[in-house]
Design a protein around this ligand. Sequence first.
Ligand SMILES: Nc1ncnc2c1ncn2[C@@H]1O[C@H](COP(=O)(O)OP(=O)(O)OP(=O)(O)O)[C@@H](O)[C@H]1O
Length: 343
Amino acid sequence: MSDTPVLEVSGLTVEYRRGRKRVPAVSDVSFSIREGETVGLVGESGSGKTTIGRAILGLVPVSAGSIVFDGHDVTGPAHHARRREEGQIRAVFQDPYSSLNPSLPVAASLAEECGTGGRSREATFARMVDLFEKVGLPSTVVSSYPGRLSGGQRQRVAIARALMSDPRLIICDEPVSALDVSVQAQVLNLLRQIQRVRSLSYCFVGHDLDVVRYMSDWIVVLYRGHVLEDGPARTVAQSPRHPYTRALVAASPHPVVSPEDIATRPPSSLNAAMVTTGCPFAPRCPVAIDVCWTERPPVCTAPDGGKVACHRYDPVKDTTPTAEPAAGGSPVEVPAPVAPRTR
Ligand SMILES: Nc1ncnc2c1ncn2[C@@H]1O[C@H](COP(=O)(O)OP(=O)(O)OP(=O)(O)O)[C@@H](O)[C@H]1O
C-alpha cells in the first residue's frame, strides 16, 4: 500500500434544504484514503455516510471544506466534472438493478452508460466479456436482460461496470446489504481480490460494523453527520474508544438502535440544543456528564493515530469510561484539543 493519499477530505460539511432551512447532514468530516487502502464509513441510518459518498462523487453541493482527489481540488459538482468524465472515481451502490436499464441487454446498458471510450463496438464488447470473466460472470451475461440475473450477478455486473473506466477510487455504498447472506461473502471477497490486483482504493460505506471491519484498513465512525471516532479498523472494532462505537460493537451485526427507533424519537428541546452546542451523542450516551450537553467534545489523537471526539476520553488510559458517572461526578481531565489531521 502506497503512502500517497488518493483522496483527502477536509472539514467536509454538507447541508440539505428542508423548506427554508438548511439542515446539516455532514459536519466537519475529515479523512484520507491512500492508494490501495479501504476506509470504511460506519454509522446507523441517517449518520451521513451516503451523503459523504455523494459529495466525493460530486453529486451534492459542499457547504464547507474540501475534497482533493489525486492532488486536484474536486470540491463540488463543477470542479468534479473532469474527474467524473475520466471515470477515475466510480461507485457501486446497494441496488444495482436501479441503475441498469431493464429494457436493454446488459452489454447495451453498460455501453450506453459508460460510453465506448473511443473504442470500437467490438473492442468494447470484448472488454466487457473480459471484465465479466474477471468478476466471475459467464460471458453469456452480456446479452442477458437485468431481470434474468440474480442479485449477486447484478452486483457483479455493477462491479464490472465500475471497472470499465479503470478507476482509482470506488465508493462502495452498502454494496452487499441487499444480497442474501450466502452471496455477501462472495461479493466482498471479489471486491478485495480486485483491489489487490489493481491497487484500487475504496471508500466503503456500511452500517454493519462486522462487514465494514472485514473490508477496511481504517474506519471512520459517524453519528448524525459528526465523526465520533476513527482509527485502524482492528482497534475500532476490537477496542473501541468512544461510547457510541462500543455500543455499535456490542450490537453488531445490528445497529445499536434501529432506524425506526430514530425516526420515531421525538426531538426534545434538549436534543435541539445539543445539535448546536454539545456532543451529538449526549442524548444517548451512557456516560454523558454535564459538559457533554453544553460543549463540543475536543478531538483527541490516540497513540495509534486514531481520533476520538469525546469529553470523557482519557488519553493516559486511552479509553472512555463504561459505567454511569456518579451523580454530580466531574469529567476526567480533558486534554487540550488537537486539531484534526489527515494521516
Ligand atoms: N436529498 C436529501 N434532502 C434532504 N435531506 C437529506 C437528503 N438526503 C439525505 N438527507 C438527510 O441527511 C441525513 C444523512 O443522510 P444519509 O443518507 O447521508 O445517511 P446514511 O448514514 O447514509 O443513512 P442510510 O444508511 O439510511 O442511507 C439524514 O438526516 C437524511 O434524512
